[in-house]
Design a protein around this ligand. Sequence first.
Ligand code: ARG
Length: 425
Amino acid sequence: MKNLIFNFSLFICLSLSSNELILSPKNILDVNNGEIYTADILIKDGVIKKIGKNLSSNTNIEVINLRNMTLIPGLMDAHVHLIGNNELNGYESLAESTQMATLYGVKNAKNTLMAGFTTVRNVGAGEFADVALRDAINNGIIDGPNMFVSGPALSITGGHGDNNLLPYSHNHDHGDHYIVDSPWEARKAVRLNRKFGADLIKFTATGGVMSKNTDVNARQFTSQEMISIVDEAHSHGMKVAAHAHGLEGIITAIKAGVDSIEHASYINEEGIKLAIENGTYLSMDIYVSDYILGEGAKKGILEESLAKERIVGKIQRENFKLAQSKGVLMVFGTDAGIFNHGDNAKQFKYMVRWGMTSLEAIQAATINTAKLFGIEERVGKIEEGYQADIVGVSANPLDDISVLESTLFVMKKGKVYKKYSDSLK
Ligand code: ARG
């Protein structure tokens, strides 16, 4: 019996100490103000317990030497599509099973995490594959970022989320989107999404670039329908993301009370003012245009989409600059899934080129995105009490934003997923 007690206490000791570790970096970026300082970070049970000088000397806690790195909070992307093989374009994905799409999701989730994106919002997935992916990650079955998921996005008949111009004989429901055409159908779709585990609601308030026979400038859903979606979602504490390129859709969605406008390409001064007054976040994917126009034809993106992109991309960037100069709430959202998962950070230099300081671009992907997700009290900063989502890069990203494209160290909830030596293998 004595022996048993001894063994038991030894076991507790070991397991407690293995929950603690210390990161000893060259320096840390304070994303609140851009200051760089030198300190060690003590992590326990996935949370940052203490930040201070020389915590790593005279200790028997495991120390991870990161003296060649600057640490920043784990990055966040508010607009990704992890489910599916992103090489499929046009209607090729109609031949992809949900099972196969989900398996690609496993790979995509890992690539996203390894790139330093520790939290993402997945906006639109068929048959709740995103719910399964999120839960598998949370249960430690597979590696991936923290996920907020929408389940199927809501679209009108013939809208951005529908499969348009197929023969009438193919006119059957597909799990990818809910096709809803009235306020009550909209409420029911929100309720179903909640029932099956979605965290948030996504709907398409205008046509899109990648959909067939839709006009990016045409509003989709009536004001009443949008109000119903938002009211139903908010009454359950769910946030709402509205895909909207054209101005009328943007304004109608903001007035209906959505939490974020995705793309926001044709936003103008009036729309920006309205977004500021309503506290609406803009998630403007200003990198993807160059990818679509550069690689799209080779990858099988429809000519109709390329033609739309030639117009939308430029306008979106100019309006990003305008919105930023007016002080809108801007988050980091990329539409990864059109381009390869893991290339998300390529958008940073575009945000800087189009009017942000490097610090503002990093804040968009940390502090601001955390606020949109409603997790700013525990995620998005390197501070005591925050979740240990931490990324290491080779230099101060305020001097060279492109270092974010090749992270050397990735930790999520206190667990190390990538260390520089791993990436050399
Ligand atoms: N999913 C979006 C759509 O199909 C992609 C837009 C990409 N283009 C852009 N300039 N952001 O509408």
